[in-house]
Design a protein around this ligand. Structure first.
Ligand SMILES: [Ca+2]
Ligand SMILES: [Ca+2]
Ligand SMILES: [Ca+2]
Ligand SMILES: [Ca+2]
Length: 404
């Protein structure tokens, strides 16, 4: 070999020892760019036998299996493996099983199981526009219709630039109804346009358990703290009137002796319908008061409260304690009129102006003879006590009458 001016080039040889490559390719970095996971290795690689890899969301623990399809969602080029996968912002773990890639050695070496963490920050930096919430509302359950297990409120969250941050939508603490946090068991579902990392229009349904709604009410439902993916927050809370109906069973919660000493005052947990004397079983000293002795049950001026009276019967000139007396009694023994087994409540001096009569004498309920006075709400099939939604009351629990 000569150069252009005719000098011989020095000839030389060099002996090269080819070392056999027994070192497998190892993962060095993982990063996320433009909707792709880019995994870099210590040397050039090709696809190998395993095609199943796994992503784990470090916050939620939710795992996402990915099947690598070479040339479809996965590219093996030089020392990188590029996987197309749309991911919302967050921290992830890539788990690469053994034998996913091999090196270029004559006898290829496969990778060993490798895991590596990486973060996803989608490009949102140029969004300075706040998201908005519109259409906070619901379709109330019709009066007289039982509300079912849950009721819902809806709204729409809109952010055209970076999209709504769906984590802020899922946070149940961002909602209130009637000025209070939503009851335990409430949850959120969504339907959105766009991808989960850029949801530009999100229809949100907030589900509330009916059993936790103790009173039917139309009240303000507020939506706070919703953000877009650039961190911009709502300029003002979303607000709208939402009606939730009581899914609770009304209860007889209190009974007391009224101011006149002979009336019973009965209080329910909420407004109820169908209340009459047939709904109550009153007992004195553990003896049932006959229904005929219970006066009409009438609503009071106070909310959810009713009043009634227990009427005693009069028997004149009867033998009692070895004497002849007039007595006030309740006809409780099943034998019509005054008889031996009846419950005597008061013993009166004889009075010739008095006559035998049924359910005419208003009993002093504070009398010491009455040591046990209770009321039980029972189910009257003709008109069971129920609230305006038709939820029947809790029946058959004794309420002790507060005498003072
Ligand atoms: Ca190697
Ligand atoms: Ca925005
Ligand atoms: Ca009798
Ligand atoms: Ca009734």
């Amino acid at each position: 070999m000569k150069d252009t001016v005719g000098n011989d080039a020095a000839t030389y040889s060099k002996s090269v020892t080819l070392m056999k490559d027994t070192i497998p390719p190892a993962l060095t970095t993982v990063e996320y760019k433009d909707g792709k996971i880019v995994a870099t290795f210590t040397e050039d690689i090709s696809a190998s036998g395993n095609t199943s890899i796994m992503l784990i969301d470090q916050k939620t623990g939710v795992s996402t299996p990915i099947t690598l399809r070479n040339g479809v969602n996965a590219t093996f080029a030089n020392n990188t493996l590029t996987i197309s996968q749309v991911l919302p912002n967050g921290d992830y773990q890539l788990r690469l099983s053994a034998n996913t890639v091999v090196d270029k050695a004559a006898r290829p070496n496969a990778n060993q199981l490798a895991t590596m963490y990486f973060s996803v920050t989608n490009n949102v930096s140029n969004d300075t526009v706040r998201p908005v919430v519109v259409g906070v509302t619901n379709t109330p359950v019709n009066p007289g219709v039982s509300p079912g297990v849950e009721q819902t409120a809806t709204f729409t969250a809109v952010d055209d630039e970076s999209g709504i941050n769906l984590v802020t939508v899922q946070d149940i603490n961002n909602y209130t109804w009637d000025g209070k946090a939503l009851p335990y068991g409430s949850y959120v579902t969504t339907n959105f346009a766009g991808t989960s990392d850029k949801a530009t229009n999100v229809v949100v349904t907030v589900h509330v358990p009916s059993s936790e709604i103790k009173e039917t009410k139309t009240a303000l439902f507020t939506v706070n703290n919703i953000r877009d993916n650039a961190g911009n927050i709502l300029a003002a809370p979303g607000k709208g009137n939402v009606t939730f109906v009581s899914g609770a069973n009304p209860e007889l919660i209190a009974a007391r002796v009224g101011a006149s000493n002979n009336s019973l005052v009965l209080t329910f947990s909420e407004a109820v319908l169908g209340v009459d004397a047939k709904d109550f079983l009153v007992s004195i000293n553990q003896v049932a008061v006959p229904t005929s002795a219970l006066g009409p049950v009438q609503p009071s001026y106070t909310d959810n409260t009713y009043g009634t009276t227990i009427w005693g019967s009069i028997a004149v000139n009867v033998d009692i304690n070895g004497d002849k007396k007039d007595v006030v009694y309740l006809d409780t023994d099943g034998i019509s009129g005054y008889s031996y087994g009846d419950l005597v409540l008061e013993v009166l001096s004889r009075d010739t102006n008095r006559t035998n009569s049924l359910n005419t004498y208003s009993i002093n309920l504070l009398d010491n003879k009455i040591y046990d006075l209770r009321v039980r709400l029972v189910r009257d099939a003709s008109s069971p006590v129920q609230n305006r939604q038709g939820n029947e009351a809790k029946f058959n629990t004794d309420v002790y009458v507060n005498k003072y």
